[in-house]
Design a protein around this ligand. Structure first.
Ligand code: SF4
Length: 63
């Protein structure tokens, strides 16, 4: 299954992804962005987040 992955070493916590896809990305209470576990992901929205992430740190991972 394809899963969105965030490279937290590059992420600036700008929240563009959580704004674009709040059903996929959320801000963890500890202050970093995480992917919400789900059986399948909205590919169009993840691809939008990948295109708009200013740090280019979102990618697909095949698991
Ligand atoms: S859009 Fe990119 S840099 Fe911004 S919070 Fe999401 S993963 Fe981090």
């Amino acid at each position: 299954m394809k899963t969105p992955t965030i490279d937290l070493s590059e992420c600036t916590s700008c929240e563009a992804c959580t704004t674009a896809c709040p059903h996929i990305f959320r801000m963890h209470g500890a202050g970093y962005v995480e992917v919400i576990d789900q059986p399948g992901y909205d590919e169009a929205c993840v691809n939008l987040a990948i295109r708009t992430c200013p740090a280019a740190c979102i990618s697909w991972t095949e698991v």
